[in-house]
Design a binder for this molecule. Structure first.
Ligand SMILES: [Fe+2]
Length: 169
């Protein structure tokens, strides 16, 4: 298996320690991985960058189940910090990533809800993919969808995908 598939298995196996949230979390993660690729490819990203963004997408919510255990919720401030630790631990077993790639992946996990960091650390396709998945799942209220679209969906591909999959108001 290539490194992305090995990482995906590691994430799925990690979620298996938390049976209550496993299926929901894995389905959300798969959805975000898929949209991340479509947005990044549509925006003309190089294949190497798309692959790294997909790896980040596999990891992005890995702090959620532990955060729920510790804090009773998966609020961004809690799950991002927990996620950094879990991502660092999972990546320590994957030597196919360089040290700088590992640090970038951990940084993405630790900041993935904030638009300004999506720009700063160049993970906008993942940020937009997560936004679409979160609107679809009801994590964001339907009445917030248009505001989120107007303020946070910046790429042409992301905006078109959002319009295709999110019900019109
Ligand atoms: Fe997410």
């Amino acid at each position: 298996m290539n490194r992305k598939d090995l990482l995906a298995r590691a994430v799925i196996d990690y979620y298996a320690h938390f049976p209550a949230s496993m299926r929901e979390d894995i389905l959300h993660t798969q959805e975000v991985v898929s949209y991340t690729r479509l947005i990044a490819a549509g925006e003309g990203e190089a294949e190497a960058q798309i692959e790294l963004l997909e790896c980040a997408a596999w990891l992005h919510d890995v702090g959620c189940p532990r955060s729920k255990e510790i804090y009773g919720n998966s609020l961004p401030v809690n799950q991002q910090n927990t996620g950094r630790e879990v991502a660092r631990q999972l990546l320590s077993e994957h030597e196919a990533f360089s040290a700088s790639q590992k640090e970038w992946l951990i940084q993405v996990v630790g900041t993935h809800h904030q638009y300004k960091y999506a720009v700063e650390f160049a993970f906008s396709p993942l940020f937009e993919a997560d936004l679409i998945a979160n609107v679809l799942s009801g994590y964001h209220k339907p009445e917030q969808a248009e505001h989120l679209f107007a303020t946070l969906m910046k790429s042409t591909t992301g905006r078109a995908l959002f319009r295709s999959v999110v019900a019109k108001p």
